[in-house]
Ligand binder design. Structure first.
Ligand SMILES: [Zn+2]
Length: 90
């Protein structure tokens, strides 16, 4: 798809003429999303951001998992307590 107006590159701020879909100065696509721009601009920062995203996705699991373990343990206790009550009635 060709752009029909002059556009400013998101990466290098170069003003590109209409009829192009990638920057003549840096080669960045006119349709590049923020992640793609960052990956081109600062690959280290991009890697760090991806790593952070990964850790955050795992962090949710590590925050929730202990809750389930406690719940499971508590339910186990509740089950034994119920069995104990039932055994008293018999
Ligand atoms: Zn550019």
């Amino acid at each position: 798809m060709v752009i029909k107006y002059n556009w400013v590159c998101n990466q290098c701020q170069h003003v590109n003429m209409s009829g192009t879909d990638s920057c003549v100065k840096c080669g960045c696509s006119a349709y590049a999303n923020p992640d793609e721009i960052l990956a081109r601009k600062d690959p280290e920062e991009f890697k760090f951001k991806e790593l952070k995203k990964y850790i955050e996705s795992k962090a949710v699991f590590f925050l929730i998992a202990p809750g389930f373990i406690i719940l499971f343990f508590y339910n186990g206790q509740a089950l034994y307590f119920t069995l104990w009550l039932v055994s008293l009635n018999n």
